[in-house]
Design a protein around this ligand. Structure first.
Ligand code: AMP
Length: 210
């Protein structure tokens, strides 16, 4: 199973990504973590990336696309992955889509973490205090939310048009959100095993009671 998570910073993607990875035995790939690793190791990529990250800007597409491919390939050979924080621009989405298709490993689903933006600022400020992240000052938090709105939100439409977008209500208890996600993914897994089911039909997720 190959799953993408999209949603604004602070929506809880990281937490849910590790839970999904554990539950379905998938590799968790988080581009933010991969980039921070490069920064800590002082690589050339890390040096370039840090300048963008500290300002709350996105790292240039070509660098991120290149960095992510090897991980995706490796993980696909071992049963799949959950990708957190990539793609984040339409250029990345197109590059990832075409590349994955050419390798015969297209994405199954994109989970869209839906949350009101007012919620996010408080969450991100709390995380800044806990984790001492250099890109979590008040000013950069605001900027990262703007960058999300301008560059990443168009991906919602992009994946919706491809029939692979599943909305996830990202407000509420963390366990309840995990349950909703697990149910969606289990349902998806069962449906894809059944012969003759077309993607747009199953991509909508399980019927909802409310
Ligand atoms: P995150 O931990 O996902 O919030 O990412 C932290 C920072 O890493 C972002 O603010 C960006 O500067 C950079 N980053 C992570 N993923 C990407 C991506 N897909 N494209 C460009 N920059 C990224």
């Amino acid at each position: 199973m190959r799953v993408l998570l999209i949603g604004p910073p602070g929506a809880g993607k990281g937490t849910q990504a590790s839970r999904i990875a554990d539950h379905f035995d998938l590799a968790g790939i988080a581009t933010g973590d991969l980039l921070r690793e490069q920064v800590v190791n002082g690589t050339e990529l890390g040096k370039v990336a840090k300048e963008y990250m500290d300002k709350g800007d996105l790292v240039p597409d070509d660098l991120v696309i290149e960095m992510t491919r090897a991980r995706m390939l490796e993980a696909s050979e071992e049963g799949g992955y959950v990708l957190d924080g990539y793609p984040r621009t339409l250029a990345q989405a197109e590059a990832a889509y075409r590349w994955a298709l050419s390798r015969g490993i297209p994405f199954d689903l994109t989970l869209n973490f839906e949350i009101e933006e007012e919620e996010l600022f408080a969450r991100l400020a709390g995380r800044a205090r806990e984790q001492h992240r250099s890109d979590d000052t008040e000013e950069t938090i605001r900027h990262r939310l703007e960058v999300f709105a301008a560059q990443t939100r168009p991906l919602v439409d992009y994946y919706q048009r491809r029939g692979v977008l599943v909305p996830i209500n990202a407000v509420g208890p963390v366990d309840a959100i995990s349950e909703e996600i697990f149910a969606t993914l289990h349902w998806h897994k069962a449906r894809t095993m059944a012969a003759g089911v077309s993607r747009p039909e199953w991509a909508l997720g399980p019927p909802r009671s409310s």
